[in-house]
Write a protein that binds this ligand. Structure first.
Ligand code: NAG
Ligand code: NAG
Ligand code: NAG
Ligand code: NAG
Length: 479
């Protein structure tokens, strides 16, 4: 936490040394520091540096809540318009931003067809599903706005096979390895410190000799951390004892965390005793989306394509299909409608596989250049915008407007295996603290060994010297 704050402050200081003029043409101002620049430049200056900020763009859209939809007052809302406002207007143009003029609503097919006809093509067309890292969509320039590769499946759950349960249990145990490794690394580091602090005064329990003494220290650290405390090795020097107190606190906490994680993973895993099997089932997907389709194919289900969610939900109600697969944003939105159509259905997250996203296409080279550069430079901004409550509020808003969806946002329809994932994500090896912990513990141990070697060598030299001098004295006596 404090490290993150520190990095943010560092970033802010670094930003503030540069001028807004430098960032504007590239549209590369950081989302969290945008307010710093708000009063630095006048509207005219901003428009001068970034001419696209003074333009009005025509946007063609297909009604797809929660990505984009029209409310009953005729305003176009949704996740993508919010993104345009937050990123293009507030960040890229410092609030003096581009205006978006929305064309009348179209079907998704029409949207793409019209975009290919240069005489009627809009500046931007949304929403377009595509792979995340590609720059083209059927010959047009494409940019991703939102990652949507979490796929949810709605279907009637069936009991899980016991063998299947065991496999997933072991899998989750193996997934806790980063935390285990961190705990072990810390025990090794602390064991080394205790050994180096105590081996002068407590040579019997913690020998000075390198691998033996250190091994005793590590053994002691493990025994203390697990609160087993055999007491066969006990530090006696005051500094070693002081450190021991600190280590016992930290070690016990860490070890407790490891046990807690395993327990929670195991309980959630055992609780999921029902699951929706995709294999050999007919699953409805939207014809123009790709992530849900791929998940169904990979899991050996049969894909049934529909043009609108409403048709798909009707088919589920009539038992023409066994389940519905949607990306998690859309599932959040349609969940209550699906539940209404078929009450015994449950929602399950079933896979995050392919790198897919939702974005826009444009025929304009200028916009494309701006966005391509911008996207590369602003990955953090994009994640920041979506990591807050923004998307949730947008989905709630879309549901409240009663446009296509309906029903009321219902927190009760949470996904079955969500908790489990969150626990595991807490201790992923991708988190900087993982690497920091391993490296610092390795360095600590190395430093301890180094100190030990140096001290031993010095001692030996001194002994040699004193032996020599003794020899000289003996010789002189003999003479
Ligand atoms: C921005 O647009 C307004 C009106 O469209 C115009 O008056 C102004 O000169 C433009 N500013 C720049 C810097 O192009
Ligand atoms: C841009 O953002 C500012 C600040 O939120 C807002 O006042 C302004 O109306 C927005 N402009 C456009 C064109 O959306
Ligand atoms: C393009 O749009 C124009 C105007 O609507 C229309 O007349 C023309 O037939 C379209 N061309 C194609 C290839 O669809
Ligand atoms: C949406 O529907 C609910 C119940 O069907 C109703 O209470 C609410 O007023 C509607 N919202 C709007 C904005 O029309």
């Amino acid at each position: 936490m404090s490290i993150l704050t520190f990095i943010t402050i560092l970033g802010w200081i670094q930003d503030s040394h540069q001028q807004a003029e430098y960032y504007l043409p590239k549209c590369s101002i950081r989302y969290e520091t945008r307010h710093y620049y708000y009063n630095q430049l006048s509207a005219d200056e901003i428009h001068q540096h970034q001419p696209l900020c003074n333009k009005t763009f025509k946007v063609a859209y297909a009604d797809f809540p929660p990505y984009v939809f029209q409310d009953e007052k005729g305003n176009v809302k949704g996740l993508i318009p919010i993104f345009f406002q937050k990123i293009f207007n507030e960040t890229c143009c410092l609030g003096q931003g581009m205006k978006f003029e929305y064309l009348p609503e179209k079907t998704h097919k029409q949207l793409v067809m019209d975009q290919h006809n240069y005489s009627i093509a809009a500046d931007l067309a949304i929403p377009i599903p595509n792979f995340r890292d590609v720059d083209y969509y059927t010959g047009m320039y494409y940019s991703t706005i939102l990652y949507n590769d979490h796929v949810d499946v709605a279907g009637v759950l069936e009991p899980r096979e016991p063998a299947d349960k065991m496999t997933s249990l072991f899998k989750s145990l193996i997934q806790t390895w980063p935390l285990l490794l961190m705990t072990v690394a810390m025990a090794i580091g602390s064991g080394s410190i205790v050994w180096i602090l105590d081996n002068k005064t407590n040579n019997e329990q913690f020998p000075e000799h390198f691998p033996d003494g250190m091994a005793e220290g590590i053994w002691w650290a493990f025994v203390s951390m697990t609160t087993v405390g055999y007491g066969d090795r006990t530090p006696s020097f005051w500094a070693a004892r002081l450190f021991a107190v600190v280590w016992i606190f930290i070690g016990v906490t860490f070890f407790g965390m490891y046990l807690g994680t395993i327990t929670s993973v195991m309980t959630t895993n055992l609780q999921i005793d029902k699951e929706f099997q995709i294999q050999n089932k007919k699953i409805g997907v939207l014809s123009w989306t790709n992530a849900p389709k791929q998940v169904v194919i990979v899991m050996e289900g049969f894909v049934e394509e529909y043009n609108t969610p409403t048709e798909m939900i009707e088919a589920l109600k009539q038992d023409q299909i066994d389940g519905i697969a949607l990306d998690s944003f859309m599932m959040d939105y349609y969940m209550s409608q699906i539940k209404e159509a078929k009450p015994d259905v449950e929602i399950q997250t079933r896979g995050k596989t392919f790198k897919t996203g939702i974005g826009f296409v444009t025929n304009s080279e200028k916009i494309r250049n701006l966005i391509t550069g911008f996207y590369g430079l602003n990955m953090d901004n994009i994640i920041q915008v979506w990591s807050g409550d923004i998307w949730k509020k947008a989905i709630e808003e879309s549901i409240m407007s009663n446009k296509t969806g309906g029903g009321i946002w219902n927190e009760k329809f949470t996904r079955v295996n969500k908790n489990n994932k969150e626990t595991l994500e807490l201790f992923t090896y991708k988190h900087p603290s993982f690497l920091i912990c391993l490296v610092s513990m390795f360095v600590t141990s190395c430093v301890c060994v180094l100190i030990n070697q140096t001290v031993t060598r010095c001692k030996r030299k001194r002994q040699d010297v004193s032996m020599e001098s003794q020899g000289v004295i003996l010789k002189s006596i003999a003479k």
